[in-house]
Design a protein around this ligand. Structure first.
Ligand SMILES: [Zn+2]
Length: 363
């Protein structure tokens, strides 16, 4: 399925005829990274738009890479103000990681300013991490009057741990392209990360029994829990073997939630949470007093007990809404490093899971 419009291009030079590669080599386009490696202490220099992609790149690249993110973990990634230092970083980058949709609309101008031909879209050093992810909320009609509409679908893909594995796979492909001699190292890092996500998502025992791929398929089709409840192994129901985030989130299935922005739709779909609305009337449009009033009425009518917001949104507004309806405000980082305690992707999902459990009063 081609939904991003750049799927093919992101494959870089992999499918190019040899003569084109030779021509590019002759043009000196591949000379830059060699010089860069020397400057970065022999490590591949990876620059990402978001801290989440940087964190995953560190898991895969280990000591072969130096990774930096442009947006901060507590910054709204839609609205990053490009600084000259970002272009400077990108001018030295071997690999650039971006969502590849229309989230970081500020990224193309930073790439332009960097004058680094290797990390342009379609080139070997450009990775669209969302490549291959099953997109949600693809608009039928694109109308900019609908606020910050994302024409390819909701770009906040990192909130689903299953998507994190796709992101990791795309990063590993990118690393392999720019540093083929360490291909086996990156492949091992990817395998370790994917396995760690599987075990954290479903519990070790269930992963050993059914494997991550089968579990993902069941989870993404919304059939995991009913499947596990209906199957027995050695006299015990499979559901008793479920562990990890999926088990921790089980009491929250079917619960109603309001979020500030549509940041967690991949997460809520995976864990069966019913998001009934947003504080923003339209994506990235702040609510008017009338919007807030309508939301409060809706929340009272539907008995919504929790509002989830990223920590860069208007916290006072969230608290005021919650006071009016007797709901709990849950303010969390949306990204790795969004608070000092959240240093990697696993701690990020742990934070969401634990905060939501607390919000719904589950011990
Ligand atoms: Zn958004």
């Amino acid at each position: 399925m081609t939904i991003h419009g750049n799927d093919k291009k992101t494959r870089g030079l992999g499918g190019s005829p040899p003569c084109m590669v030779v021509a590019l080599l002759c043009a000196g386009l591949f000379s830059a990274p060699l010089a860069v490696h020397a400057r970065e202490g022999g490590k591949i220099y990876v620059v990402s738009t978001l801290t989440d992609y940087a964190a995953i790149a560190r898991e895969i690249g280990g000591d072969k890479v130096k990774v930096e993110a442009i947006a901060k973990g507590d910054e709204d990634s839609h609205f990053v103000l490009p600084k000259p230092s970002y272009a400077d970083r990108l001018s030295r980058a071997d690999l650039f990681l971006t969502t590849g949709l229309d989230l970081e609309l500020w990224a193309p101008s930073v790439i332009d300013k960097s004058q680094n031909g290797l990390i342009r879209e379609g080139q070997v050093g450009y990775v669209a991490v969302s490549d291959g992810i099953a997109m949600l909320e693809i608009p039928k009609i694109v109308d900019r009057g609908q606020g910050g509409v994302h024409v390819y679908g909701n770009p906040h893909v990192h909130t689903s741990p299953i998507n994190a594995k796709v992101i990791a796979t795309n990063i590993a492909i990118g690393l392999k392209k720019v540093d083929s001699k360490n291909e086996a190292y990156y492949a091992a890092g990817l395998k370790k990360f994917k396995n760690a996500i599987d075990e954290r998502l479903y519990g070790k025992e269930l992963v050993a029994l059914l494997g991550g791929k089968t579990l993902d398929r069941l989870a993404q089709s919304g059939n995991l829990i009913s499947f596990l409840e209906g199957k027995e192994v050695g006299g015990a129901k499979l559901i008793e073997k479920l562990g990890g985030w999926m088990q921790e989130m089980r009491p929250l299935r079917g619960k109603k939630l309001v979020t500030y922005h549509k940041n967690w739709i991949y997460f809520s779909q995976l864990f069966g949470i019913d998001v009934i609305g947003e504080v923003e009337p339209k994506p990235s449009i702040p609510p008017s007093p009338g919007d807030v009033e309508r939301l409060i009425e809706n929340m009272k009518r539907l008995d919504v007990k929790v509002v989830l917001a990223a920590n860069f949104y208007d916290e006072n507004k969230v608290k005021m809404i919650c006071r009016s309806v007797g709901a709990k405000p849950i303010i969390v980082p949306l990204s790795v490093e969004g608070t000092p305690q959240v240093k990697n992707y696993f701690q990020l999902v742990d934070t969401w899971v634990n905060s939501l459990r607390t919000g719904y009063g589950i011990r």
